[in-house]
Design a protein around this ligand. Structure first.
Ligand SMILES: NC(=O)c1ccc[n+]([C@@H]2O[C@H](COP(=O)([O-])OP(=O)(O)OC[C@H]3O[C@@H](n4cnc5c(N)ncnc54)[C@H](O)[C@@H]3O)[C@@H](O)[C@H]2O)c1
Length: 252
């Protein structure tokens, strides 16, 4: 991919799953990465694997909901690699108790919004000043097919992910002329550790039936799109939501 070699950035929520696969792919393309995760050990383990393979990566403990912690992630990238070319906000969680509009506890709703949406605004606030100063930068946010799927079994998570789409479009529109691009990658069902922990066989089979492709997603499928979107090959792409879902949903 064009223009990743020599660049540096961060992945917030990259200790495992899609974030770890994206870090690995970016390193293979020659980019340096600071991986942040609430599980600091996972972040460092993923970074160590990348370094062992000859790539550039460091892992740090991160709470994406805490502005000081996100600031530390950005500063680690600037101190270690002297630049911040991309920021991938990818962490998610807090789906326990997120059942439907009538039964969800308001505290569960608030926690989901804090982790799945408010945190992405924090990432934006911490990444943009440095990028604006340099006149370039790529923001990437991970959403989900759940944002537009009309799921009857969840309410806060799709609300939060839809908010991420609006945040991304705001960033693209407001700061585009100053060199900032912003996009969303919206995965379908991807067989990460988290998906395997939370989803039963029945759900996975239903997903496979809905997909046009003959298999469910793997983290590397999302990593490929993520790497493309922060690369220079995507320099005229901004303000968009990209579904990577094996055809589980087909939309414009
Ligand atoms: N796997 C799927 O099928 C699927 C489908 C649609 C969307 N997504 C989205 O893809 C992204 C990655 O999902 P995944 O499947 O790899 O799941 P995952 O749970 O393995 O990845 C999320 C990472 O974020 C970290 N994290 C959680 N809370 C954090 C916090 N407060 N601060 C910092 N890090 C924190 C976790 O430790 C984990 O490493 C998420 O945004 C998720 O909503 C996944």
């Amino acid at each position: 991919m064009r223009g990743l070699n020599g660049k540096a950035g961060v992945i917030a929520g990259g200790g495992r799953g899609i974030g770890a696969a994206t870090a690995t792919r970016l390193a293979e393309e020659g980019a340096a990465i600071v991986i942040g995760d609430i599980e600091g050990e996972w972040a460092e383990k993923t970074a160590a694997k990348i370094r062992d393979a000859g790539g550039k990566a460091v892992g740090v403990a991160l709470d994406i909901c805490d502005p000081d912690s996100v600031e530390n992630l950005v500063q680690t990238c600037l101190k270690t690699y002297d630049r911040l070319d991309y920021f991938h906000a990818n962490a998610a969680g807090g789906t326990q108790g997120d059942i439907d509009a009538l039964t969800i506890d308001l505290a569960v709703f608030d926690r989901s919004i804090a982790l799945n949406l408010r945190s992405y605004l924090i990432c934006t606030q911490k990444a943009l000043p440095t990028m604006l100063e340099r006149g370039s930068g790529a923001m990437l946010y991970t959403s989900s097919g759940a944002a537009y799927g009309g799921a009857p079994w969840q309410v806060a998570y799709p609300v939060a992910k839809n908010g991420v789409h609006a945040l991304m479009r705001h960033v693209a529109a407001r700061y585009g002329k100053q060199g900032i691009r912003a996009n969303v990658v919206a995965p379908g069902l991807v067989l990460t550790e988290a998906a395997l922990e939370h989803l039963n066989d029945e759900y996975r089979e239903a997903g496979l039936k809905r997909a046009a492709c003959p298999r469910l997603g793997e983290p590397k499928d999302i990593a490929a799109m993520a790497a493309f979107l922060v690369s220079d090959d995507a320099e005229w792409i901004t303000g968009q939501v990209f579904s990577v879902n094996g055809g589980m949903a087909m939309r414009d």
